[in-house]
Design a protein. Structure first.
Length: 449
């Protein structure tokens, strides 16, 4: 793959609860960070691409920095990850709370940023509050030459900040600038908490992109990463674990569910991860599979993780349980894996590519028409003694595969008739893992000429 112009990285840093995620949401276009009045809500980092006055850069939201060592393993991982991101960034937006002035923790962060020698834009947030305006001069003591007062909540000063970012961005290198190519397909990891989604994305990207912990609910937001496979980019998104609705008791947990569903809507392929050691598909996992495959028309691959923990009894129980859902399992792809031992991890990206090729394929309209009309001759459909007729068949969309049928009485082409056509289609073409969408329309008089 040819070298691409490296888009500058602008990272938002600061202590907890100063408005970093609110600022990110003001700047970002396609990605939104969760905002709750809890310290430490954002643990993973989010990123989006912004273009302002013909300059493009990546904006990253991070968890709050605490430079003090703690016994919390997850907090330590988060702190180390943020410090690593700072070292790789081109500009740091150092956010402080103007309503409380400069705190010792702010001074420690400022010291750390100077240590790395990064370009820093000091952002004094909540300037709409009178006390913040009075205390603005206090922030001069932090020693940064570029200071932008703003209110992220009320969008005051946002254009000033964007202009300051553009002024501080590194110069573009025209020689190696190549327009970035769009991703081949978008994949989302879905499943209950603690089934191994974050471990899998770390294995696929060969780095610790998601924080991994045995604590359920570690991933609180949908986070994405590009993976290059056979010179093409795949965007893989890790999502929060989805619990049963009855178990969603906190506002934060509820937002995690909504975030995951939004990620499914934006994806082409869903990797549904299941804990194979449990010996069954739970009701929630079945609902997720049907929601993705039937309702959203997404390609589905079920990954049975934790194979290293399964014994013969649980394997037999899972096999017996899956036999109850043949109508689903015969249509989707599945793979047994172990994130702990690495078993079959190398087969996942080739399988994604194979499913994408099926999901996005184009079928010849003439061949489709002959196939469906022959099937209808072999098994005629009648309603109230009237013959249901199929006039034309055409593939109208790819990804998902969408077939438009022009018929004489569309109101009578229901679930059973379309299921029959789908089965005919699947016998003719390899569509494992991919849904089929039908659009049934009445043929217009001018189309019969």
């Amino acid at each position: 793959m040819s070298n691409k112009y490296k888009i500058p990285i602008v990272i938002i840093v600061g202590r907890m609860n100063v408005g970093k995620s609110t600022l990110f949401n003001r700047l970002a276009v396609n990605v939104k960070s969760m905002i709750l009045d809890y310290a430490g809500v954002t643990r993973d980092f989010l990123q989006d691409t912004i273009t302002w006055k013909s300059r493009t850069f990546q904006i990253m939201d991070t968890g709050g920095i605490s430079l003090k060592k703690t016994q919390d393993e997850l907090a330590e991982k988060s702190r180390a990850k943020v410090l690593e991101l700072i070292q790789n960034a081109d500009i740091c937006l150092f956010v402080c709370d103007g309503t409380v002035g400069v705190l010792p923790e702010d001074r420690e962060i400022a010291k750390q940023l100077r240590k790395y020698g990064k370009k820093v834009i000091l952002v004094v947030n909540k300037i709409d509050v009178h006390v913040a305006q009075e205390q603005l001069h206090e922030f001069d003591r932090l020693g940064f030459s570029v200071v932008v007062p703003l209110s992220a909540q009320h969008a005051r000063g946002i254009e000033d900040l964007l202009s300051a970012i553009i002024d501080e961005l590194p110069e573009k290198k025209v020689d190696d600038m190549v327009e970035d190519q769009s991703v081949k397909c978008r994949v989302v990891l879905l499943g209950k908490p603690n089934v191994g989604k974050s471990s899998l994305i770390n294995l696929l990207t060969n780095k610790e992109r998601s924080l991994v912990s045995p604590i359920p609910g570690t991933t609180r937001e949908a986070i994405s990463e590009k993976i290059t496979f056979y010179q093409e980019d795949i965007l893989v998104t890790d999502t929060p674990g989805i619990r049963k609705k009855g178990a969603v008791t906190e506002t934060l947990e509820g937002m995690m569910v909504k975030t995951s569903f939004r990620a499914v809507d934006a994806a082409h392929i869903v990797l549904l991860m299941v804990d194979a050691s449990e010996g069954q598909l739970s009701d929630q996992e079945l609902k997720l599979a049907f929601y993705a495959f039937d309702d959203c028309k997404k390609a589905v691959i079920i990954l049975f993780n934790k194979e290293d923990l399964t014994d013969e009894e649980s394997k037999d129980a899972l096999k017996s349980d899956l036999s109850l859902y043949k109508h689903l399992m015969t249509k989707v792809e599945s793979l047994t894996i172990s994130c702990k031992t690495g078993k079959n991890i190398g087969k996942i990206l080739p399988l994604i590519t194979k499913v994408w090729d099926r999901y996005s394929q184009e079928l010849p309209d003439v061949e489709l028409s002959l196939l469906f009309k022959d099937a209808l001759r072999n098994r005629p459909f009648y309603k109230n003694e009237q013959l249901l007729m199929l006039h034309t068949v055409k593939q109208s969309y790819r990804a998902p595969l969408t077939i438009t049928l022009k018929v004489n009485m569309p109101e009578w082409f229901g679930r059973s008739q379309l299921s029959y056509f789908e089965n005919v289609l699947r016998k003719k073409y390899d569509l494992k893992g991919t849904p089929v969408k039908f659009i049934v329309q009445k043929r217009k008089p001018e189309e019969s000429r």
